[in-house]
Design a binder for this molecule. Structure first.
Ligand code: SAM
Ligand code: SF4
Length: 330
């Protein structure tokens, strides 16, 4: 069997993001509606199935795995899954995206299990505003989580901030100062049109990376770098700090040409592109051939020609893809 995943546009897939749950203890306004119905347990991959999926991808040459959700730290047994994935040969970069609220509890176990990089979502440093954006989140718990992660040995922790106009665009500089002070990297993300979110009109709240960058440059010159973490961020540095500032701009800067990743949803659907519906049902394979890694690897290899050339997001507020972000794994 071939051991590398190459698509029809000669892009090699080296990075997979796996969603381990659709559930979350937050209800961020750009991600979920207030009343979410979550999937019945039987439709969600078991921990054993998730472990096998991760192993299959590493055997096919994937070097980077990110666990996400939903909120990965609300999945029971996440520490044992991390330990299993952390021990896979061939894995060079093992990361998680989390809202940070569970890190006080889990940071040590995750680091001991081999997880090495954390992206922590943080959109506001004002407790009230944080609560309004997340609907249920507690800012101090997240700050404690960041500190617990650092104490557990995580290095180069990165914050992710989604910036919405008139909601938190006035906090861009505060978030940069916080990152400099705490020794963190930070990426600013443009809101993506995933799922029909009733809280706000996306055309009105859309804030481009160029606008965010201009706000930062009022105070700090941003020097472009060629650094990459196999992700879609474009990175900049400041001359007087170690902090990197990244921009993830699916609207204004298309990054499809160099796309090297795929996603696995919490239901085991392999998504070849975040902005398209093409997918392959890996859960069906897992349940038809339990424990059979070769069958799983064949299904993944056979899916490669489905990876489309590019996505087609727009900023006019239209919803082109109706999945919520917590289902696809952000
Ligand atoms: N619960 C974890 C967290 O919040 O970090 C992991 C899952 S969350 C879906 C992953 C990332 O997606 C977060 O940084 C979040 O801010 C971002 N996100 C969610 N909905 C988004 C949207 N509509 N547009 C852009 N980013 C979004
Ligand atoms: Fe939960 Fe993350 Fe979505 Fe916020 S962005 S609701 S923390 S999954």
């Amino acid at each position: 069997m071939m051991t590398a995943l190459i698509d029809s546009f000669d892009r090699r897939v080296r990075y997979v993001r796996i969603s381990v749950t659709d559930r979350c203890d937050f209800r961020c306004v750009y991600c979920m509606s207030e009343d979410m119905t979550f999937l019945p347990r039987a439709q969600v991959l078991t921990l054993e199935e998730l472990g096998l999926v991760a192993r299959a991808f590493t055997e096919l040459g994937v070097e980077k795995i990110r666990l996400t959700g939903g909120e990965p730290l609300v999945r029971r047994g996440i520490d044992s899954l991390v330990e299993e994935v952390g021990a896979l040969p061939g894995l060079k970069d093992f990361a998680m995206t989390t809202n940070g609220a569970g890190l006080g509890k889990y940071a040590k176990a995750l680091h001991a299990g081999g997880l090495r990089r954390l992206n922590i979502s943080l959109d506001s440093l004002d407790a009230d505003k944080f609560r309004r954006l997340t609907r249920t989140g507690n800012l101090s718990k997240v700050i404690e989580g960041i500190h617990a992660a650092r104490e557990a040995g995580f290095e180069r922790i990165k914050l992710n901030a989604v910036i919405l106009k008139n909601r938190n665009d006035d906090e861009v500089l505060d978030l940069v100062e916080f990152s400099r002070h705490e020794g963190l990297d930070i990426s600013f993300i443009e809101e993506m049109p995933l799922g029909d979110v009733s809280d706000h009109d996306r055309a009105e709240t859309y804030c481009s990376s160029d606008e965010v960058k201009a706000l930062i440059e009022h105070r700090h010159a941003l020097l472009p770098t060629a650094e990459s973490t196999l992700g879609p961020s474009r990175y900049y540095r400041m001359h007087d700090s170690d902090t990197r500032v990244g921009f993830i701009s699916p609207h204004s800067h298309n990054f499809c040409d160099t796309c090297n990743r795929v996603r696995v949803t919490v239901e085991g659907r392999l998504l070849l592109c975040l902005g398209n519906e093409h997918s392959v049902d890996l859960r069906a394979v897992l349940r038809r051939y339990p424990g059979d890694i070769e069958a799983l690897k064949s299904a993944i290899v056979d899916a490669m020609p489905l990876k489309p050339e590019r996505h087609h997001f727009t900023t006019d507020g239209d919803v082109q893809v109706v999945r919520f972000m917590n289902m696809t794994g952000g």
